[in-house]
Design a protein. Sequence first.
Length: 249
Amino acid sequence: MVRLTAGLGDAVVWHDVECGGYRADLGLWRELAGAADGPVLEIGCGTGRVTLDLAARGHDVTAFDSDPALIRALEQRSRERGARVATAVADARTFDLGGRRFALAIAPMQVVQLMGGREARTAMLDRAREHLAPGGVLAAALTDPFEGESPDVTGPPLPDVREQDGWVFSSTPVAVRSDEGGTAIDRVRQAVSPTGELDESMATIVLDALGADELEAEAEAAGFRPLRRRHVPPSGEYVGSIVAVLRVR
C-alpha cells in the first residue's frame, strides 16, 4: 500500500479523478444561475467543480456535501482562487442552513440518484423546498448509465485518468450492472506513485434507477411544479443527462 500524494485524502483524489474533469454541464448551470434572481445552493458539491465555476462568475453560492474532506478541499481551493463561497457539511436528506433561502438549488452529476430510494428523495425534496424562496427553482441531473441499452450491449464506460505531482491516478469502470432498484458501477482504482509503486482498490457506486417522469411526480407531491426539462449531451468520456427543472409552487 502506498501513501497518496501529500495533502490529498483518498476521497478528494478519487472525486477529482472521477468527476473533476467533467465540463459538459457547466454551461447549463451558468445559464440557470444567470436567470436566478438571488443566491444559489449546490447540493452535493464535492470538491467544488460547479460551485467554484459559478463563484468565479460573481454568483453568491452556498455549497454543502456530506463528506468533510471534500468540503475542506473546496474551502482551500476557494481561498486559493479568491472566491467567496459559503460551505457546510450536511446530508442532502436532512440539511438545515439556518433559515437561508435561495433562488436556485442545483444537484449536478446525478446526486439525486445517490439518495437511496424514494423515501430518501422525498426527504431531500422537502429540505430543498424549505430552502428555496417563493418561486425558487430546483434543477437536478439524472442519467441512465446504459443510455437505454442493455449493459450487455453497452459495456462499461471509459476509464478516468488524472496526473498530479508525479502521480498517475486511474479509475476504470469494470462492470455496469443492474442492481435491485438501481445500477451498480464497479470501479478499479489505481494510484501509481512517482517511484512506480502501485496501490489498487475496488469501489462500487450505486445509482437509483430514476427517470425524469418519476422524479417530477415525486416533486409535484412535494410542492414543486415541473418546468421544461433540459438536456446535457454526452461527451466522449461521459454519458448525457436529463435535467429536471422544478419550481416551488
